[in-house]
Structure formats: C-alpha cells, structure tokens
Ligand binder design. Structure first.
Ligand SMILES: NC(=O)C1=CN([C@@H]2O[C@H](COP(=O)(O)OP(=O)(O)OC[C@H]3O[C@@H](n4cnc5c(N)ncnc54)[C@H](OP(=O)(O)O)[C@@H]3O)[C@@H](O)[C@H]2O)C=CC1
Ligand SMILES: CC(C)=CCC[C@@H](C)[C@H]1CC=C2C3=C(CC[C@@]21C)[C@@]1(C)CC[C@H](O)C(C)(C)[C@@H]1CC3
Length: 622
C-alpha cells in the first residue's frame, strides 16, 4: 500500500504550478493510483499536486504581509504580471490554456525580467494568515458571523520556500471556482495579460476531476439499483392492484410476457414523450442562464414548463371530450410502466454512447471512469441536442406532468370502478396536493438549475429511470391504491391533513426561495436581516432564518408534505406510505451527499455552520 505524507483536511503549503511560490492549501483527497493530492487554494481553486510540491506549514518562515506590498520590486511585479495567484482574491479571470505558447523573443525577454523580479519578491518573506475558515477561526475565536453583507475578499498570502527559478512541467488539472469564472469576452481580454505572467499555465487543462470515492455504494451499489429499482416498480404496482396488499402477502405472479407487451401502449408512451418535447421547443417563456460550468460557460435554458402544463391539460381535456378512454391508462398501468422503463434504458444507452465523444470538461464531476458506475450516474453533465437540454427536459416534463395525468386517470377510474358520482375526499386531497406540488415545481422551474441533479450528477440511468419511470409510476401510488381500496375520510381529519400539507409547503417553499434569492443576490435588502458566515470561496452561508433552523429545512418541509399525501389513505396498509419511507431514505442520503460536497467546497466554514446549526433535517432528532 503506497504511503502518503499528508492527511485529508490538513492545511499545508502547495506549490503554485509553474512557479516556485507556495500558498496555503487544504488537502482534500489523495489518489493512491496517481499518487496525486487534490488540494484547495484559498480562492477555491482545486488542483492536483504531487507530494514533492507540498510542504508542511512549519517549513516556512513567516513574516507580515505588509512588508511585501511595500517592496517596490513587488509592486512592479504585481502590476506587470497580473498572474492569477491563488492567494489573491479572484477577480473573475481565468488563465488561458494557450497563453504561454504565444510568446515571441521579446516576450521571452520580458518574461526573464519578470522572473528576476519574482525572485526578488520571493526573497522577501511574508507572514501567513490562516484561511478565513481555518482552524483558528473555527476553534474558539470570536465568531465572525455577520449580518448579510457583500462577501469580503481574502488578503493575499505568499510564502517563500526557495530561490529556485524553475519552471516545472505542468501536468496539473486546473478547476477554477465556478462563481468566479466570467464570460468569454473577459477571458480573451485576460489572455493577453496572462501571457506575460511568470507562471505559464499553457499546459493546464480546464477539466472536471473524476471522482474516486463513489456514491451509492460504488459499482455493486449501482448494479443493485439498476436491477432493483425496475423490479421494485413492478412489485409495487402488482401488489397495489390486489385486494389485500398487506406486507405479509406474497407478491402475485408476474403476468405472462405477451400480456406485458402492448404495441399500442408503447406507441402512446412515445406520443406522450414527443408531445412534451414539442412543447419544450415552443419559443415561449423567458430564457435564463444556468450556473457557470467548469469552463466558465453558462448554458441557456428556456422556461416554459407552465405553458407545457397548460397545453397538456388542454390536450388531455380535448382527448376526453372526443371520447378517448382515459381509464385505459389505469387498466394497462403496468404495461405503461414497462414501456417507460424500456424507453429509459434505451435513452441511458444513447446517453452513454454519446458521452464517449464528449470532451472531458463536459463530464459530470460525479462520473468516475468506471463504465458500470458511469452508466448509472451519467457521464455527461448536460447532454444537449442543439439547444434541447435532455436532462432539464426529462426532470420536469414527461415524468412530472405525467404524474398529474396518471393521478387524474386514477380519480376517474375510482369513480368508474366504485360507481361513484363524485371522487372520494381522500382521492380529491391526494390529487390536489400532488397537483399543487407539480405546479409549484413548474412555477419555480428556474430553481431546478441550482439543484445537484443539474449541477453535479450526470445524465445516466439513475435520472433517466428516476424521471421517466420512478416519479410518475411510484409517486402516484396513493391514487392508484385508492382506486381499489376506498377510504372514508372525515372532514375534521381532512382539515388536519390540509393544515399539515400547508405547514410542510410553507417550510419547503420559504426555505427554497430564501436560499435561491440569497444565491441570486447576496446583498438583497430583503435578506439584510439574516446572519451569514463567509467562506473562502467568496460565497456565504446563511446561518439564521430557515437555514439557521436546520441545515436542510427544505427537506423537512418536503417530508411533511409527503406524509400529508399518504395520510388520506388511512392506516390499513403500508403501501400508501411507501413514498414517505422511500423519500426519507432518499433525502437522508441526499443530505449526506450534499454535506460531503459542501465540506469539500467550504472546508472549516462548513464545520462552523454545522456547529451553529447542529441538526441536519429534523430539529432535535437528526
Ligand atoms: N420530490 C422529490 O422526489 C425530490 C425533491 N427534492 C427537493 O428538491 C429541492 C432541492 O434539493 P437539493 O438540490 O437536494 O438541495 P438544496 O436545495 O438543499 O441545495 C443544497 C445546496 O444549497 C447550498 N446551501 C446549503 N446550505 C446553505 C446555507 N446555509 N446557506 C446558503 N446556501 C446553502 C449549497 O450549495 P451552494 O453553496 O453551492 O449554493 C448546497 O449544496 C429540495 O426542496 C428537495 O426537498 C429533492 C430530491 C427529490
Ligand atoms: C435512486 C433513485 C430512485 C433515484 C432517482 C431520484 C429521482 C426520482 C429524484 C432525484 C431528484 C429529483 C427531483 C425531483 C423529482 C424526483 C427526482 C428526479 C423534483 C423535480 C420534484 C419536484 C420538486 O419541486 C423539485 C423541482 C425541487 C424536484 C427536484 C429534484
């Protein structure tokens, strides 16, 4: 087993590639295979460094940083080089990948001069101040929690190790802070300046580092989920359709294969999918930009989900008016679920094949290089056909809108099968609650752009199956259950359930909106009363308001709503509670994934937040 010198979380000095300057960095991880450490500089830049390029803090002399800025040579060097130092507060610039290849003899001479200057600078040692979120701040110093204000910039720190003037070969991968990376115009303007810089990053590549620590139980976990999730859908639907869907009942035998395959069902499913795709392409609704990608670009998204929903309602209404038998969906529910599963598998294979041609910087940070795992989690972050974003489309349209249509069909089927002149109160509640949830998601469509599904996970089997099969066919389980398991709900109980739903919704919506508004504009006067913790990335974390209550108030609200969706079905069986149970597990796991990412991003500032807000989802419980 190869030995390693530095531990994760250790604060050390890392050489800035291409120079002999060392900056304070935090060790994020170590890869045994490549023997590279992933480190994070103060400005949020993450690089992979060799062990030789990392030194313990104690091997540096330290002096006040003021001394360096008063050195004339340093002033000169600073103003001329404008190289992006990780210790300096970033200004939204990014080094050009090609910059260093353009140097002519004059440029080279200038560069030499610059190196001399840098050497002089390097002979002036500087004092180190710890990271803003370093241990000293975290451990016992008075808190720097401030009222919401513009994030302040970090002061520059430089440390000298040696006087060598070596330009080492750079095989590092550079990942600039997403938030700081600006549009291409600024970038090309920067390129000229960067060319003159002392640390050529010409061989740097802007790439997405692939993960080594796999989520979802790694390859075995991914395999198990890929086989288990479709099996689970089939089992749930078969069980829900029987008279006594008790847990102790053995599942009914699987219908014969020829009964499961219906060409008409497949045709209708494809019609549904492509109709939604057509609605997505309509040039109505505003166009917004997503979060910055690793190469600084921001993708554009058209927000027309609500229009699609209205058009779908009109289409379904028209179909019913012209005599379409909507209950066909209920009688062939399992076949529809299987058609959707088949489609999601074909889509996943397509996504996998096309991702082989995708450039590395377009891959998802969740991908690993392992074929099975990547098929599951998705390799490409934002697969697009022209302007058509496949992941964004699938996440909100065919599945989510399909869920509402399925619920409506279950309501009609209940009336038909139970020979009722009106739907039951339980069915009305389930339908209205879930309709409300979907309309809310479409109304706040833009918020989806900052979720981890869009910014972190690739588009592979997990989301293709999740969006197209899991959501519509398992989230509608309560309505499906009520069709053949009537439950009389009293009005007083219904009122309590409605109050619970509203309470969950207020927490869910207010928490999500508060964070979205804060991320959009941290200096929003409406949020001025909130307390924040600054982080070394320049972003802050809310520590009061909803985000000071628990660390994921939005999950808490979502779970309360989930309970309110199940309660109208009574307590005769566990099946209608499947959603609450699965959702609790999903959100606990999701919360752990998010914490892991936030700890990586924000380091000790995140630890400080966890100290301030000790509970993750359930106050005083978890
Ligand atoms: N119905 C369903 O099946 C599902 C619903 N959901 C719902 O989707 C919604 C979005 O969930 P999800 O994308 O998982 O995560 P969140 O909306 O909770 O976003 C997490 C991110 O928020 C930022 N953040 C965390 N803490 C703070 C803080 N204190 N101050 C400011 N920013 C903070 C961090 O990102 P950064 O700092 O980079 O901005 C973090 O990565 C939730 O309401 C969830 O319930 C999710 C999954 C399934
Ligand atoms: C292992 C497994 C079953 C994975 C699939 C998970 C997916 C079903 C969910 C992952 C994140 C989701 C979100 C929504 C639906 C479920 C999936 C796709 C969401 C669209 C529901 C409506 C919300 O308002 C939302 C937009 C916030 C939400 C986003 C995340």
């Amino acid at each position: 087993m190869p030995s390693r010198k530095f531990a994760e979380g250790e604060v050390v000095r890392g050489r800035w590639p291409g120079s002999s300057l060392y900056y304070e960095v935090e060790i994020l991880s170590h890869d045994n295979k490549s023997q590279l450490y992933t480190v994070k500089y103060k400005d949020g830049t993450e690089l992979e460094l060799k062990e030789n390029d990392i030194k313990p803090l104690k091997s540096f002399k330290q002096r006040k940083s003021g001394s360096i800025s008063s050195s004339p040579s340093r002033r000169r060097s600073r103003s001329r080089s404008r190289s992006r130092s990780p210790g300096r507060a970033p200004k939204g610039s990014r080094r050009s990948a090609s910059a260093s290849h353009q140097a002519d003899p004059k440029e080279k001479e200038k560069e030499k001069e610059m190196r001399r200057e840098i050497l002089q600078v390097k002979l002036t040692p500087l004092v180190l101040k710890p990271f803003e979120n370093s241990v000293s701040v975290y451990n016992g110093e008075p808190e720097h929690t401030e009222k919401n204000a513009t994030p302040y910039k970090n002061k520059q720190e430089r440390v000298i190790l040696s006087t060598e003037d070596s330009y080492i070969a750079t095989q590092y991968s550079l990942r600039p802070r997403r938030e700081e990376v600006k549009a291409k115009e600024i970038e090309s303007e920067e390129q000229n300046r960067v060319t003159k810089g002392p640390a050529p990053l010409g061989s740097f590549q802007v790439t997405t580092p692939q993960r080594k620590d796999l989520e979802f139980g790694g390859v075995p976990g991914a395999l198990l989920l890929m086989l288990g999730l479709p099996a689970c859908v089939v089992l749930l639907l078969l069980q829900c359709g029987r008279d006594d869907p008790g847990l102790l009942q053995l599942p009914p035998p699987l219908p014969a294969l020829h009964e499961l395959w219906e060409t008409r069902v497949c045709g209708l499913y494809l019609l549904w999918f492509f109709l939604q795709a057509l609605f997505y392409l309509l040039p109505v609704g505003k166009v917004v930009e997503g979060t910055p990608l690793v190469d600084g670009r921001r993708l554009k998204y058209r927000l027309n989900g609500l229009y699609a929903f209205i058009l779908t309602s009109a289409a379904v209404g028209a179909a019913a008016f012209w005599g379409a038998e909507l209950c066909y969906l209920h009688t062939h529910f399992l076949q529809f679920a299987l058609a959707a599963t088949g489609f999601s598998v074909v889509l996943s294979v397509y996504l996998c094949v096309r991702s082989l041609k995708a450039p590395r910087h377009e891959l998802s940070p969740a991908s690993s290089g392992n074929a099975v795992y990547d098929f599951f989690i998705g390799r490409e972050l934002n697969p697009r056909l022209g302007a058509f974003d496949l992941k964004f489309f699938c996440e909100l349209r065919p599945g989510l809108i399909g869920w509402v249509v399925i619920n409506l069909v279950m309501l009609l089927a209940e009336m038909k099968i139970q020979e009722r002149s009106a739907p039951s109160l339980a069915m009305i509640l389930v339908n209205s609650f879930q309709l409300f949830y979907v309309v809310d998601a479409l109304w706040n469509e833009e918020a989806l752009l900052t979720t981890m599904d869009i910014t972190h996970d690739g588009f592979g089997f997990m989301l293709a199956f999740g969006d197209l099969v899991w959501v519509p066919f398992t989230y509608s389980l309560q309505a499906f259950y009520l069709v053949s398991h009537p439950h009389d709900l009293s009005w007083p109980l219904a009122s309590v359930i409605i109050a619970l739903k509203l309470c969950g919704y207020v927490i869910f919506r207010c928490a999500n909106s508060q964070k979205n508004a804060f991320r959009k504009n941290p200096t929003d006067p409406k949020l001025a009363h909130l307390k924040t913790i600054h982080t070394s990335t320049g972003k802050s974390l809310l520590v009061s308001g909803w985000w000071g209550f628990v660390r994921h108030p939005n999950y808490l609200g979502d779970l309360i709503m989930a309970l309110a969706w199940s309660l109208p079905c009574g307590f005769n069986h566990l099946l209608p509670y499947f959603y609450v149970i699965y959702f609790t597990a999903l959100l606990i796991h999701r919360e752990a994934r998010d914490e892991h990412q936030c700890r990586r991003k924000y380091g000790l500032a995140w630890e400080k937040y966890c100290q301030r807000v000790p509970y993750r989802i359930f106050p005083y419980v978890y």
